[in-house]
Structures are given as structure tokens and as C-alpha cells.
Write a protein that binds this ligand. Sequence first.
Ligand SMILES: *Cc1c(COP(=O)(O)O)cnc(C)c1O
Length: 225
Amino acid sequence: MIADRLQAIRSELPDRVRLIAVSKFHPIESIIEAYKAGQRHFGENRVQEMVSKEVLLRSQCPDLQWHQIGTLQRNKVKYIAPFVSMIESVDSLRLMDEIERQAARYERKIDILLQVHVAAEETKSGFALDKLEEAARLLSQTDCYPHIRPCGVMGMATLTTDEERVRQDFVQIRELFVHLRQDYFSSCECFEQISMGMSGDYRIAIEEGSTSVRIGSAIFGERNY
Ligand SMILES: *Cc1c(COP(=O)(O)O)cnc(C)c1O
């Protein structure tokens, strides 16, 4: 069933769009099922959950790529730094500093996305505009963060049934991406990802230029919190 849903979603995605299967709150059996169906990128939003799943799946799913998509506390970076593939929820300079420190400790270079705040809800995280600019400026100075690879932006649309508002939010995320790429990362080929779109709004996100969709419930079913 998971394999069928994955297949159906994949058939809708243009080649340029990567699918992150958001497995938070779902058991490892579901992840294994998706992995066997060819899925490699998985998203989790809680560090403890990602870490325990990683331990259990390490040998069975050797090339599984973990994406941290939820708010990340600085004191927890050390737990995921040895294995995480991409941290999509980078929303402060202090968090960037800690990722740099931990990545250096493990002699890794960690891919990150800058999370931007465009949604109406104050509770959603992400850089405010002025800080985003400063983060991009620092990241583009090569010797500041040698163990971080800036790969693009991540954002969420406002939670609303108003499709026009959702679309506007996605347009704004893409415009921020284009601006950052032009002004700071024009010589950096890795800055190419726009991670936006979830189960309820990924079709709109793709129309507005998403290169990476993060889909949970449409693949794994409803979550039991
Ligand atoms: C949970 C979550 C998703 C996936 O949500 P669905 O509606 O289940 O597809 C995507 N992005 C983030 C940041 C999330 O926390």
C-alpha cells in the first residue's frame, strides 16, 4: 500500500523534483516498506526519533538519507551530526555555528537549507529577512563555515484553505531563493534546492518551482500522535 502511494506520487513529480518521505511518528516497518519500493530520502522532525530509527535501520537500509525537517535545538545537533544527510530547518546563526562545530568534529561536511519564514503563523520557524541575509553573507565567505554546504532554502506555506495565499507564500519562497542565489551563491553550484510542498499543497508548490517536496501522510497515512 505504501509502495502504491509512493508510485502514484512519483508519477506526478517532474524529474527535477526530489521526494522526501516524511516518516515522523511512523514505525520502522513503514520506512522499510518505502525503502524496498526504492525510496531513499526520509524526513524526521524530532532528533530522538531520527536517532533511534537510524540505529535500527543502519544495516538494513545502508543508503537511506536522513533529512532533519523540524525545529532543531542546538544542544541536539551532536546526536545527528555523525549521519544526517541534510538539515533543512536551519533558522539561526547560532544553530549554524553549532552545526559547523559538530560537523568538524566528525570530519563531515553537512548539507543545509536555510529555512525562511513566510507563513502567516508566528509559530512557524525560519529566519526573518534581515537575519537570512546575514546568514547567506556569512555562508558565502568560504572560510567561515568550511563544514557546511549551503544547498538552498526550505519553507512552509500558511496553513489555510485559501489556495491563492498558499501560492503567494510559495512564490515568495522561490523569490527569496533566487535573490540569495544571485547575490551570494552565484558561484556555488550546490545552492539549488527549493524545499517546499507537503501532502496538502505539493501540487501548487511544484507549479511554483519547488525542487523538493516533503510528503508524509499522503504516503504513510495519518499520524498517531
Ligand atoms: C510533518 C511535516 C511535513 C509533512 O507533512 P504531511 O502533511 O504529512 O505531508 C513536511 N514538512 C515539515 C516541516 C513537517 O514537519
